[in-house]
Ligand binder design. Structure first.
Ligand SMILES: [Fe+2]
Length: 357
């Protein structure tokens, strides 16, 4: 019998107070299985608490309880509810037989045993158990594999987004690391505003690519140190729509395109490119707007040095309710107030920082 069940011999628990019955069953099963014998219901339960068996053969007439009682107790215990059980009895009792099946036994065998029939029925149960167990194992393996594949494609996405962000930042020597810092500030604002980790992650990615449209702006204009003409300023402004166009092909994540388009909108409706007002502006873009302004003011520019922290704070406060959504401006002000040693800007973005954080 063992050949059908893989490498290991199945473990069968026989619970019967009668030694002769025990011996008979053992002989019939004929060494193909490993057998453990117990003589009462309580002994059986104690054993099943610690050991997983492939099949339990329970005599109905045990000294301390019935086989059916043992079966009922087994069905209530997580560690043994799915062990297949066969009830054995010498009585002819149709009601019992019905109840045994209703309670979840896989078979009901009458004594005296017909050796071939017992062998066949035990063999079928064990075979079924073996197949089911393999099926469960395979299902778990497939689920693990799918999780690993998902994690790998997630990593690939994260790394690609990061590479793109660095490409944008490399174009403008004064804004090195800008996209990564804005992404980190935006993530923190989202977190402090109570958005869940999924939204935080999304905002991080959207912010990483918010300025991707700068790829379409000539370097001469982007890095110009003298005052921009109106036409040049219009070209700079077009990085929002260029970025939205580049990112709109990523259908799986439409907010990427929206973030690039709307991060220069203003709460008072005087922003660009669409002049959206207050909550017409997508939340992600409202968060990025504050993070973007903070990083711009705390970074050195071609035309000016880093602004003093108090002045940056005053500017954010001044923009509260005009340029910025007051809620997110307040969060940024809180973050600045907690940052007494001005470490927030000083921290260089960690390039390999996981977006999961
Ligand atoms: Fe921008």
């Amino acid at each position: 019998m063992s050949a059908q069940f893989g490498e290991e011999r199945p473990l069968v628990l026989i619970v019967d107070a009668d030694e002769i019955n025990q011996l008979t069953v053992e002989q019939i099963l004929d060494g193909g299985v490993e057998i453990v014998q117990k003589h009462s219901g309580s002994e059986a339960m104690e054993f099943l608490e610690k050991t997983t068996v492939d099949l339990a053969l329970l005599d109905q007439n045990l000294p301390d309880m019935t086989g059916l009682d043992v079966l009922k107790s087994m069905k209530q215990r997580e560690e043994m509810w799915n062990v297949p059980v066969i009830i054995m009895t010498g009585d002819v009792d149709m009601e019992l037989e019905t109840e045994v099946f209703r309670t979840g036994a896989v078979d009901f065998i009458r004594k005296p045993f017909v050796p071939m029939a017992l062998q066949e029925r035990v063999s079928r149960v064990l075979q079924n158990e073996y197949l089911q167990r393999n099926l469960r194992k395979e299902a778990n393996r497939q689920a693990r594999l799918a999780e690993e594949r998902l994690a790998a494609s997630q990593r690939l996405f994260d790394e690609t987004v990061l590479a793109l962000a660095r490409t944008i930042d490399a174009k403008d020597k004064y804004t090195q690391g800008h996209s990564q810092r804005v992404a980190e500030y935006a993530r923190r604002i989202a977190q402090r505003s109570g958005l869940d980790s999924q939204r935080q992650r999304e905002i991080f990615c959207i912010a990483l690519l918010h300025d991707i449209g700068k790829i379409g702006v000539p370097n001469a204009i982007l890095n110009k140190t003298s005052r921009l003409t109106d036409e040049e300023y219009d070209v700079i402004k077009s990085h929002t729509t260029i970025g939205a166009n580049i990112l709109k092909s990523i259908m799986e994540f439409p907010k990427l395109s929206m973030g690039a388009r709307s991060h220069h909108e203003r709460w008072d409706g005087r922003g660009y490119p669409d002049g959206l007002l207050e909550t017409e502006i997508p939340k992600e873009a409202r968060i990025i707007a504050v993070a973007d302004a903070y990083d711009a003011m705390t970074s050195k520019r071609s035309y000016r040095d880093v602004m003093a922290q108090e002045r940056v704070r005053r500017e954010i406060e001044r923009g509260r309710g005009t340029q910025f959504d007051p809620q997110f401006a307040d969060v940024m002000l809180d973050m600045m107030d907690e940052d007494v040693d001005f470490k927030m800007r000083a921290e260089e973005p960690k390039n390999d920082r996981s977006m999961e954080e």
